[in-house]
Design a protein around this ligand. Structure first.
Ligand code: DI6
Ligand code: FE
Length: 401
């Protein structure tokens, strides 16, 4: 029998599907063995006999380890100077024409070695981990050629090995048009579909494929080709959809049974119906909404009416969301998008796991799932959403450790 661990005198927010609200157990106990949850429920029913390393939680709250299901965490450099220029009145387009914007991050990321990329990204990962994150999705999308996209994905995998955290990688080669393909987007999409996706899949470096379907990104037709290439490579898809305009991108994604459609400020009811039918998760990214000083709110009420699962993530990226706090993202989700406390907390646990295709693995306190826990010094789960800048993490457990 392997290592058995017991947490007593705990209050549990289990997030178990089928239970109302957060699936709360007030007088709870949690037992894990070999890194998996054996029991999570009322202390009175817990099979507490036998050996084990016992922790007394003294009434603290246990949630599933937090999951940041949408990040561009691996990149080089930063765009603080561009931020200053924007504060002085420059527009995003002016900055882009002067060689800034996403292309400046592409240049910096291409110039960085894999080791430099890892070193620059680790502080961002550590900031998330310090708040109880145990699973994180990391996208490529600043390499935009075979060698540099693979370098980003390898760096993401290496970060997962450097720290006790589960990393899911997403290939986002269709993020922006690289400068050497100016005026030839379909030729670049050929490269993405015929070379980059198959190669990343063959090397086992990508767990999913994403694209930026937008006026300033790629068209529906180009996105469809990317999704078909992903399907041929056996990879699930997700999509940056309806962030700045409505292109029917979410409906396209749902047609490919996408794990998630993300951003969604301009999403309409047709897109929502398609997502509901396909079981596609809606990932809300209030950090980008805040940083861009956006005013168009995503259609939260219609999403709720159709029962689309809501997730919430940082979108950690240097251009539109330099955010490395999932706790703050929850506060923004509540304050800016009027998400409830329960929606925010399920959005960074159960539904974030669904958005990554990991619902069987993590995201709730249920027997059989990985023992990923965040133990909090708070009086109620609502405090996790309510406080701004206060981190009350007591302990973080990844895979029972
Ligand atoms: N949507 C965004 O807001 C970011 N990427 C995306 O697809 C922008 C990324 C950047 O400006 O570096
Ligand atoms: Fe993003």
């Amino acid at each position: 029998m392997g290592a058995r661990r017991i947490w007593k005198n705990a209050r549990l927010a289990t997030m178990r599907p089928g239970l109302p609200g957060l699936g709360i157990v007030e007088d709870g106990a949690l037992i894990a063995e070999d890194g998996r949850i054996l029991y999570a429920g009322p202390a009175s029913d817990a099979p507490l006999s036998g050996e084990g390393d016992i922790a007394n939680c003294e009434g603290r709250w246990i949630t599933p380890g937090l999951i940041d299901c949408h990040t561009h965490l691996v990149h080089a450099g930063n765009r603080a100077r561009e931020f200053e220029l924007r504060l002085e009145g420059a527009s995003y387009e002016e900055i882009a024409r002067a060689g800034g914007g996403i292309r400046s991050t592409v240049a910096a990321t291409r110039a960085a070695s894999e080791e430099e990329l890892i070193a620059q990204s680790l502080p961002r990962l550590d900031a998330l981990i310090a708040e109880g994150v145990t699973t994180i999705e990391i996208k490529s999308g600043y390499g935009l050629d075979l060698e540099n996209e693979l370098k980003q994905l390898r760096a993401a995998r290496a970060l997962g090995e450097a720290r006790g955290v589960t990393v899911r990688t997403t290939l986002l080669a269709a993020h922006a048009l690289p400068p050497e393909f100016e005026g030839r987007p379909d030729v670049y999409i050929d490269l993405v579909c015929k070379t980059i996706i198959p190669e990343a899949a063959r090397l086992g470096l990508a767990d999913a494929v994403d694209a930026f379907c937008e006026g300033i990104g790629f068209s529906r037709e180009q996105t469809r080709r990317v999704f078909e290439a992903a399907r041929s490579a056996g990879l699930p898809v997700k999509l940056h959809a309806e962030q700045l305009s409505n292109l029917g991108a979410a409906e396209l994604a749902a047609g490919f049974s996408a794990l998630s459609a993300d951003h969604l400020e301009y999403l309409d009811e047709t897109g929502i119906q398609a997502m509901a039918r396909a079981g596609t998760v809606a990932v809300m990214l209030p950090g980008a909404f805040y940083f861009l000083r956006d005013t168009k709110l995503p259609p939260m009420d219609i999403l709720r009416r159709y029962g689309v699962p809501l997730a919430l993530a940082t979108d950690c990226n240097p251009g539109t969301s330099p955010l490395t706090s999932l706790l703050l993202a929850m506060n923004m989700g509540a304050t800016l998008f009027r998400m409830s406390v329960d929606e925010c907390l399920k959005g960074v646990t159960l539904n974030a796991a669904r958005a990554l295709g990991l619902a069987g693995e993590t995201g709730s306190l249920e027997p059989g799932k990985r023992c990923d826990l965040a133990i909090w010094d708070v009086g109620s789960p609502a405090e996790l959403v309510y406080n701004i800048g206060l981190n009350r993490l007591h302990e973080r457990i990844w895979s029972g450790r």
